[in-house]
Design a protein around this ligand. Sequence first.
Ligand SMILES: *Cc1c(COP(=O)(O)O)cnc(C)c1O
Length: 397
Amino acid sequence: MPGFEIIDDAERKEVLDVLETGVLHRYGFDAARKGHWKAKTFEAEFACRAGAKYCLLVSSGTTALSTALAANGVGAGDEVIIPPFTFVATFEAVVWAGAVPIFAEIDHTLCLDPVSIQEKISPRTKAVIPVHMCGSMAHIDEIERLCREKGLVLIEDVAQSVGGTFNGKALGTFGHMGSFSFDPVKTITCGEGGAIITDDEELYLRADYHADHGHDHIAGDRGLDDHPILGNNFRISELQAAVGLAQLRKLDLILEKQRSHKKVIKEALKSIPQVSFREIPDENGDTATFLTYFMPTASAARETVQGLVQAGIGGCFYWYDNKWHYIRKWDHFKALKSAAKLPIQLLDNLPDYEKIELPQSDEILSRAVCMLIPLSLTPEAIQQRAETTVDTVRKSL
Ligand SMILES: *Cc1c(COP(=O)(O)O)cnc(C)c1O
């Protein structure tokens, strides 16, 4: 489970470094900051870990997506293919960019289905945002190939799978940009924060300008900086970056614990032949933040989650009914066209999302049971949880 479970002296030390200098800004004040550059240090360590050339910290995962879209020139009139199973931030970023979200189906990875992406490509398609949901990955190699062949911008939303890899390569490095979130409940947290990574210097620079009012950060004096583009304020502060830096250095420990805890519960569930598991294209790259499995029917899945909650097991989800993560209950989004309450001009060709049908995604997600893997349970408590899970699943069959 998330990094907030293990906040300790490491985070306190990093934050105190910042407070002792009084420099909360991530840029400038070189003399006063006594050598502490928390945002810059985080960026260097995160880029190195991911094997990416550049990293930019921003204020949230949502602004990371907005920054990635802006840097790649995605805007009015463009269609962006996204999954119907994600967090609302993914479509929010697309809509606020003035672009049109187009939904493709998910497959048994719980992420975008490459076959369905292909079917949704139109002459207006500019970008694809696969979301590596619930700790594990999409068929990112196939999606990358498709985007390359079709000349589409590929932005990976890795908010829920930091530290994940596919065939040894970090998630977030397959496309033009990878986007991350360090919000209060993510695997590592800054309080609020996000990041983009890329290998492309020009994209990085555009992102850097965009996230700080268009400043080019060359003059060393903000009043003298040039503004190559119009920007926004999506900056991170040194305080948040300080917390994030301590958390980043714990990421391997977090992943190791999650993986060992998940294994115990998953192995126990394998004794039930009616249960099948979420497809994970590369098991070695799974962050193991969640365990997801499929029941034979929707009613059995719903009953299992109810049973687990009643048995006192926290962090169990039936995403099919969830209002944040699945399109079925995004009523405010579906009413976008009729309500027209946005202070931006929406495109005339906005699809009627009320009528959207995604039978493959419905079929898959309605049978899915998902459990957050806790960090701080003892081996005995994990064993107990595995037994309770098996009992509950059996009763629901
Ligand atoms: C959390 C999340 C985001 C947004 O991150 P914030 O930091 O909360 O703005 C984007 N996409 C997905 C899939 C997420 O889970």
